[in-house]
Design a protein around this ligand. Structure first.
Ligand SMILES: Nc1nc2c([nH]c(=O)n2[C@H]2C[C@H](O)[C@@H](COP(=O)(O)OP(=O)(O)OP(=O)(O)O)O2)c(=O)[nH]1
Length: 129
């Protein structure tokens, strides 16, 4: 099982959604920025490192939310652990993703999410209602 952290970054009532590029695995799917936990790495340290690498910003973690597990067809089982976050620096510089969009909670269901994200998005929508 591959441990992956992701950040649900909130700003002014909106959430940052990131689209994977054509070159990435799961091309053009939408996700929350984050990535794989390294050996002996703390989850929050991983999340901050990945978001800095991918978007060039610093974040503050607000709370951990329930994880999702998903088996992709390539036999990869992902345990995706989401954290609500806020931005501490605001200049987003996309280093890997095709684009990012700020969506209101009611618009989250319109995106073509990576499969592992679907239960996380549903939970988030419910808890924001
Ligand atoms: N960061 C992130 N990854 C996600 C999400 N949903 C989801 O299925 N994933 C998957 C995609 C990747 O297979 C893996 C995260 O890996 P990564 O971002 O560190 O590295 P990568 O794209 O190079 O991954 P890979 O090619 O080795 O699969 O988790 C999500 O919301 N955020």
């Amino acid at each position: 099982m591959i441990l992956v952290t992701c950040g649900i970054i909130e700003l002014d009532g909106k959430i940052l959604c990131a689209q994977r590029s054509e070159k990435m695995n799961l091309p053009l799917k939408w996700e929350f920025p984050g990535g794989k936990v390294e050996k002996d790495e703390d989850l929050e340290t991983c999340l901050k490192r990945e978001i800095k690498e991918e978007l060039g910003v610093e974040i503050k973690v607000i709370e951990r939310l329930p994880f999702s597990t998903h088996s992709y067809p390539n036999n990869k089982v992902i345990k995706l652990i989401p954290f609500r976050c806020s931005l501490q620096t605001f200049e987003i510089d996309l280093k890997e993703h095709l684009k990012v969009e700020w969506a209101s909670p009611t618009d989250l269901s319109r995106y073509d999410w990576a499969d592992a994200d679907i239960p996380i998005v549903q939970n988030y929508i419910q808890s924001s209602q």
